[in-house]
Write a protein that binds this ligand. Structure first.
Ligand SMILES: Cc1ncc(C[n+]2csc(CCOP(=O)(O)OP(=O)(O)O)c2C)c(N)n1
Ligand SMILES: [Mg+2]
Length: 540
């Protein structure tokens, strides 16, 4: 017979969470969820708190993305949960196994108008893999186990449970939760074989690897497959850094010639969305390898689309034993384009302009960032440049908001990254507009001794909106911010430190001070408002 555990709702919840390797909670205080705090407090389970619930969910998402295990946000009933909706939606788009535990007004007088009484479940159902209300204290552990199992089953994603006041405050019992059993999805072997043959026999194949390759722990298998069949690899999202930039098959700058000239484009672990021109690659045949049938594109008909565990599919492909076409010439051609692109970038990143061009900020950052540094992008043009100029040396070190494109991830992602890696460099690239969504959480970082470096590209505008609106209408509205605003002083007032940089020559020393400071440190770089990220294609 299974060992039984007893306790209040918070204690039963914590036992189930621990069984899945959850090691901390992110939250903002609310009486509805006090028993969860009580359990954590009594068991030395770390609690990190924030100034807006969106940051709690983003912090949980960063933990989930970086560690490939569930991240937990505890949000109070009503407005606590609704403030977390953009975070949950981002986790849904990013396949991040986030669990949100919500408080909930008492069930026994539901409908009488209790404080913060609101039925969250219909609101979160479309943006979660599992959503429900736990109506019995004895069921809490089992429901959490079911929610986390759903969150970790490919295609991964967030889950939500709310716990009515009397349910979480009451005492109950449950079987001691055992180790998780997450089902593994097997792809159709014939479909895998078809994909392998298409890749091996193509004259000019290209692989694009995305976040699920990282999330599905298939990085090594990807490398083995690319090396076995000699295929150039591009990456987006959490797939970036899958092959180190020095790898002969790693490419980033040659994307346009690669996609224009390829005869087979193999997209792995990422949707055929706007980031990939909606999967339209001219004459090329498309192979779409996904981690679950639900991820197959409906707007494109691929030549093959295996759906299942990515590590197994890629391992299978790397063992392909048929004819392999020689791709040496194709790879050499792309390498020339890549080198030319890198030379152009190097020039831009050295620009000695006044005001500073965003490219120069990244030129300076590249000098100080360690290979295992975690970089986080939250903003418009400033972050598009980060994507272009920063080359993650390792997978699992680049956090962008993903295809949902939600501004405001910055401080939450920074908190989750710092908690994950107490000793690494954590660097947030923040647009000045984006700063408005989460900068107050520099206070949470400072107070809880979580140092990070925040580099603001301060152009005084919502650049990614102002420039396009001007191009479209010849004028713009609602696109200006205060020029030269001292975001560094904001962070200083909140318990951190910072400085403003106006001259390119001062950037290096300022960044060095920031990384040495041991506190949340904001480098407020005044950048050129006339500079617009060139958006001639939707392959950003
Ligand atoms: C929550 C949210 N609101 C609005 C937008 C639309 N949006 C996308 S980029 C952008 C401008 C960002 O400006 P800033 O952070 O200053 O970066 P810049 O483009 O100036 O470098 C806006 C408003 C969004 N993506 N997410
Ligand atoms: Mg801006």
């Amino acid at each position: 017979m299974a060992e039984m555990i007893e306790g209040h709702g918070g204690e039963l919840a914590l036992a189930a969470l621990r069984a899945f390797g959850v090691r901390e909670m992110f939250t903002l205080s609310g009486g509805h969820v006090f028993p969860l705090y009580d359990a954590a407090h009594k068991q030395n389970f770390p609690i990190f708190d924030v100034r807006h619930e969106q940051s709690a969910v983003f912090a949980a998402e960063a933990v989930a993305k970086l560690q490939r295990r569930p991240g937990l946000a505890v949000l109070t009933a009503g407005p606590g949960v609704t403030n977390g909706i953009s975070g949950l939606t981002s986790a849904f788009f990013n396949a991040s196994p986030v669990l949100v535990l919500g408080g909930r007004a008492p069930q026994f007088r539901w409908g009488s108008g209790s404080l913060q009484e609101f039925d969250h479940v219909p609101l979160v159902a479309p943006i979660t893999k599992y959503a429900g209300t736990v109506t019995d204290t004895d069921a809490i552990a089992g429901e959490i186990t079911a929610a986390l199992t759903a969150a970790l089953t490919a295609h991964r994603g967030p889950a939500f449970l709310d716990l009515p006041l009397e349910v979480v405050f009451s005492t109950g019992e449950a079987a001691q939760p055992g180790s998780p059993a997450v089902p593994i999805l097997e792809a159709d072997p014939d479909e895998v074989a078809r994909a392998a043959t298409l890749l091996a026999t193509a004259a000019r194949p290209v692989i694009i690897a995305g976040s699920d390759v990282w999330g599905g722990d298939a990085i090594d298998a990807l490398r083995a497959a690319a090396e076995a069949l000699r295929i150039p690899v591009f990456a987006n999202g959490m797939g970036r850094g899958a092959l180190p930039p020095s790898h002969p098959l790693a490419f980033a700058k040659a994307r346009r010639p690669a996609l224009n000239e390829a005869d087979v484009v193999c997209v792995i672990g990422t949707p055929l969305d706007f980031r990939l021109g909606f999967g339209e690659f001219g004459e090329a045949r498309v192979v779409h390898i996904v981690d679950a049938p639900s991820q197959r594109a409906t707007h494109v008909t691929p030549a093959a689309s295996p759906a299942g565990d990515l590590r197994r599919i890629l391992t299978e492909i790397s063992g392909y034993r048929g004819e392999v076409v020689d791709h040496a010439e194709w790879i050499d051609g792309l390498r020339s384009a890549e080198d030319a692109g890198k030379a152009r970038d190097a020039e831009a990143m050295a620009a000695e302009t006044d005001p500073i061009k965003p490219a120069r900020v990244y030129g300076e950052l590249r000098r100080v960032l360690a290979p295992d540094a975690v970089t986080i992008g939250d903003g418009g043009d400033f972050v598009s440049y980060a994507g272009r100029y920063l080359e993650p040396a390792q997978p699992g070190t680049w956090l962008d908001p993903g295809p949902y494109g939600c501004l405001g991830t910055g401080m939450g992602y920074a908190m989750g990254a710092r908690v994950t890696y107490p000793d690494r460099q954590i660097c947030v690239l923040l647009g000045d507009g984006a700063a408005g969504f989460s900068l107050m959480d520099a206070e949470s970082l400072a107070r809880q001794n979580l140092p990070v470096v925040i580099v603001v590209g301060n152009n005084g505008i919502w650049g990614l909106e102002k420039h396009p609106m001007n191009a479209m209408y010849g004028y713009d509205v609602a696109a200006d911010l205060q020029p030269g605003l001292r975001y560094d002083e904001v962070v200083r007032a909140l318990g951190g430190a910072g400085e403003t940089v106006e001259k390119a020559a001062d950037l290096g020393a300022a960044l060095a001070r920031a990384f040495d400071s041991g506190v949340p440190y904001l480098v407020n770089v005044l950048t050129d408002p006339a500079d617009a990220y060139p958006r001639s294609s939707n392959l950003a």
